[in-house]
Design a protein. Structure first.
Length: 581
């Protein structure tokens, strides 16, 4: 192992240093890894190797993220992407964007993360790079989890898992870990909704994932990841009702974190323990432990942990009859939440300041360019303007979705791809039920707000790679590539339920909105025939009473509890229904 600190590696080339950085990261020795980055980055800069320097910054960002220094990780990624502005290095740019999105999500800046991941996904798709696609969907699922969209997050993470053959064992560990983290939120959510069978399935699957992650870390001797994986396994064991086993696993994670001074993981392990203690009826022990975690989180300035712990403590004190302490925790909880919001605003301001510094440096460099360079920039600006105008011409002005013009370009390509690759393509046509009554009774502005809300629900429910378009009026089209029958039905059913359950009274008191959906697999010679088939099924759904899905393909034989059996009564209009819809 090369020396660090007092004996710098002045004789090592960049490739050797990068290898040493990876080894340090694998051991969980982030401090040594960052010291090696301090040696490698100026060496690459001195050699004029901007791409190599960007690679070092990518490794620095990962080490900083694992160390908990998320702002510095984001700055490193921005610096790296800035270095690549004049270089054809899309793969490294994409890796930096993915790493930056991961750190942004950790800071609660999910919108900024999704913007970067959208750009990264476009590049990965253009490159047909399965490993990058794996990481894009992995981190997108992680971001969805941070929004509280746990079911959509799991769909994305499972989709990423289908690309895991393109990554190494460390990549598989990452997706397994994210699936386990997702289960920690999704299982209680499903149980709260009375979906016990689904919760049990997710829990059983997550126990296997958590055990596999631990085994991998033990075999590969990856200390940091082992500590994290043990904490996750303990949390899942607690959810499964194995309180004693969970406490033993969490203690093992905590001991390992203390030994290697992984302070955030120390708190994480202890933060999961009270739930297991409560399962054993040890309320006082749970309160004492949470009080210790709270003190440690205050010492380290971990506001997010403080918010979670204070909320838990308030509930436990109330349960124990200590109402004064419960009230004090509740007040502190709200104070911490305010600080957290203020902290996020300050973080955004600092990140914007860093971006402004990069912008200023760019402007100063641009001022030194020759006239021909400026002419090239003008030409590029015109090309970008043309591209923007073209995008606008292919976008529905009201909803922001693709319009018919874009659909006529994209759908034939999807049809051709599905048939050439012998993969599946499903077309769903959905239409708002009795929408004419909304416009007639509430006015077109309210009708427009309903259409915009429908577009938002479509984006939330559908997968990032699905084609979503406004087909015309109150009709929308969704094209889903490479999905099986169960998934196509599940996406449509989730959308139907989301529309039905949406709080439409914010647009007009007493307003309810439902949709009818025609679903058809593209097994036809042309894409237009597939659309016509979906349209015929849409008519069937309308004729059968609306607020339902119709398809020539039977509903899946096995469905989650309550998935298809709980359709509320539909109030028909007093006036005759429009025979067309």
């Amino acid at each position: 192992m090369a020396a660090v600190g007092d004996q710098p590696l002045f004789g090592a080339d960049l490739a050797t240093l990068m290898s040493e950085i990876h080894e340090a990261a694998g051991r969980g020795d982030f401090r040594s890894g960052l010291s090696l980055c301090d040696l490698a980055e100026p060496r690459a800069a001195a050699a004029g190797d901007a791409v190599g320097q960007a690679r070092v910054l990518r490794e620095r960002a990962r080490l900083l993220t694992w160390s908990g220094d998320l702002e510095q990780a984001i700055a490193a990624c921005e610096d790296g992407r800035e270095l690549l502005r004049e270089h054809d290095a899309d793969e490294i740019w994409c890796e930096l964007a993915i790493a930056q999105a991961f750190a942004l999500t950790g800071l609660g800046l999910g919108e900024e993360a999704m913007e970067l991941l959208t750009s990264a996904r476009t590049i990965a798709q253009a490159l047909r790079h399965r490993e990058l696609l794996f990481w894009v969907h992995n981190r997108t699922g992680f971001a969805y989890d941070s929004f509280g969209e746990h079911e959509s997050a799991r769909d994305l993470l499972k989709y990423a898992l289908s690309f895991s053959d393109a990554v190494d064992k460390q990549g598989r560990w990452s997706i397994l870990t994210n699936l386990v983290n997702n289960a920690m939120s999704l299982v209680p959510e499903l149980r709260g909704a009375g979906r016990e069978d689904e919760a049990a399935g997710v829990l059983a699957e997550s126990l296997e994932h958590a055990a596999e992650a631990v085994t991998y870390c033990e075999i590969q001797d990856r200390c940091y990841e082992l500590c994290l994986s043990l904490g996750n396994l303990g949390a899942i064991q607690q959810l499964s009702g194995a309180a004693e086993q969970a406490l033993a696993t969490l203690e093992k994670s905590h001991e390992l974190a203390v030994k290697h001074d992984y302070r955030p993981l120390q708190m994480s392990a202890r933060q999961h323990m009270p739930a297991a203690l409560l399962d054993q009826g040890r309320l006082d022990d749970a309160i004492e432990l949470l009080t210790d975690v709270l003190a440690e989180s205050v010492e380290l300035g971990e506001l997010l942990v403080q918010v979670d712990v204070l909320e838990e403590l308030a509930a436990l004190y109330e349960r124990n009859g200590e109402l004064r302490k419960a009230l004090a925790c509740f007040r502190s909880f709200h104070d911490a939440e305010k600080q957290l919001r203020h902290g996020r605003a300050s973080t955004r301001a600092r990140l914007l300041a860093h971006q402004a510094q990069l912008e200023q440096a760019r402007n100063e460099a641009a001022d030194a360019l020759a006239r021909n360079e400026r002419l090239l920039q003008d030409k590029q600006a015109l090309l970008e303007q043309t591209a923007t105008l073209e995008r606008h011409a292919q976008t529905d002005a009201l909803t922001g979705l693709a319009n018919r013009r874009y659909l006529d370009l994209a759908l034939p390509a999807m049809h051709q791809q599905a048939h050439s690759q012998k993969s599946s393509l499903w077309i769903a046509l959905l239409d708002l039920d009795h929408f004419k009554q909304v416009n007639d009774s509430l006015g077109h502005p309210s009708g427009d707000r309903v259409l915009v809300r429908i577009a938002e629900l479509l984006r939330a429910v559908c997968r990032p790679d699905d084609l979503i378009a406004r087909y015309g009026g109150e009709e929308f089209l969704v094209a889903m590539l490479d999905v099986d029958t169960d998934t196509a039905w599940r996406i449509c059913e989730r959308l139907r339920r989301r529309v039905q359950d949406e709080e439409w009274s914010t647009i007009a008191p007493g307003l309810t909105v439902t949709v009818s959906i025609g679903l058809s697999p593209d097994v036809h010679d042309t894409y237009t025939e597939a659309v016509y088939a979906a349209d015929r099924q849409l008519y069937r759904a309308k004729d059968s009473g609306r607020n339902q899905i119709a398809s020539e393909t039977a509903r899946p034989a096995i469905a989650p509890a309550g998935w298809l059996n709980e359709r509320p009564e539909i109030q028909e209009a007093s006036e005759p229904a429009d025979p067309k819809r």
